[in-house]
Design a protein around this ligand. Structure first.
Ligand code: NAP
Length: 308
């Protein structure tokens, strides 16, 4: 029983598989712990009335999985062969492939970032890619949302519940967002707009908190470069599911998310998909954990019927 991914989906699957006596192997890649390990306080995971730090929550799940007999292998998967059982996975820097009688793919999706050093340094200190996770911390503050697609509109609209103002910063003048989302955002009194500009630096790394941004014009209508005071920067520039190694073997939508039937079934018997790798809609720790549980129960049933 192999589980690819060590975020809350993969680790919940591991807890269930391990308790069922399947001795699962969890493959944790370079981004072990998934997106929870990039957040700070998690206040909406049931069972923690005072909240819990994201890294602590995922580490607790890892310990719980380990306590029931889960094994761990480290390394990114470089190739996968799902054409016949046992399925085969190749890990970077490991000569021996891993064989799986059943496989749960819980490799998640990574948020796209601007990839600025200052932005990376301030993740969890005012820079976030998750409005539902972190918006609450910026009550009555001025916030920026970056992006021009539906994700950015959705994040901006959500953040108006807390923020004093939300400024959408988009690098072009045209938007990818659907008309309905764009109209909704345009009609909102708290939402302001800066189009034709991009962030070149998030301030202030030395203070370990976001105090502003440096912006650059992309359309010649703004000053070449200027600073704007702000308390938080939310990235709404999309996510990328980690499905590259399964391309051509499993069905995906246009953006690479695995397509599933009945929540967790892929078209290959014995291969299940759980969490953000197949969910572009909810993307919550609790929903990822829930689908990890479902995948584990289906995998257990599959292995039982297959005589394992
Ligand atoms: P998207 O449609 O690909 O939009 C990404 C946006 O981020 C684009 O405006 C893009 O700018 C911008 N961007 C990308 N990289 C950037 C960078 N390095 N610097 C600055 N800006 C950058 O992604 P999405 O908004 O996540 O939506 C993905 C899919 O999910 C869409 O099909 C969307 O309809 C769907 N979705 C729907 C809903 C909903 O209906 N409630 C909510 C969320 C997502 P450019 O336009 O200049 O390329």
């Amino acid at each position: 029983m192999v589980i690819l991914g060590s975020g809350c989906s993969g680790l919940t699957a591991a807890i269930y598989c391990a308790r069922a006596g399947l001795q699962p192997l969890v493959i944790e890649g370079r981004e072990a712990g998934g997106q929870l390990s990039l957040t700070t306080l998690v206040e909406n995971f049931p069972g923690f009335p005072s909240g819990i730090q994201g890294p602590e929550l995922v580490e607790n799940m890892r310990e719980q999985a380990k306590a029931f007999g889960t094994d761990f292998a480290t390394g990114d998967v470089t190739a996968a062969h799902l054409g016949e059982r046992p399925f085969t996975l190749h890990l970077e820097d490991q000569p021996e492939p891993i064989h799986a009688a059943a496989l749960i793919i819980a490799s998640g999706a990574r948020a796209r970032w601007l990839d600025l050093p200052s932005e990376q340094a301030l993740i969890g200190h005012g820079v976030s890619s998750c409005a539902t996770c972190d918006g609450f911390f910026f009550r009555d503050k001025d916030i920026i949302v970056v992006g021009g697609g539906d994700s950015a509109m959705e994040e901006a609209l959500f953040l108006t519940r807390f923020a004093k103002s939300v400024t959408i910063v988009h690098r072009r003048d045209e938007f990818r967002a659907s008309k309905i989302m764009l109209d909704r955002a345009r009609q909102h009194a708290k939402i302001k707009w800066i189009t034709g500009a991009q962030i070149t630096e998030v301030l202030d790394v030395d203070k370990k908190e976001v105090t502003g941004v440096r912006l650059q014009s992309t359309n010649g209508r703004h000053p070449a470069s200027w600073e704007m005071p702000i308390s938080a920067v939310f990235l709404g520039i999309g996510h990328e599911p980690n499905t590259r190694v399964f391309r051509g073997q499993l069905a995906t939508d246009a953006d690479g998310y695995l397509l599933t039937r009945d929540a967790v079934f892929t078209e290959i018997p014995g291969v299940y998909a759980a969490g953000d790798v197949q969910d572009r809609r909810y993307r919550q720790a609790i929903t990822a954990s829930g689908s990890g549980c479902m995948a584990a129960m289906e995998a257990e049933r599959f292995l039982q019927h297959a005589g394992h």
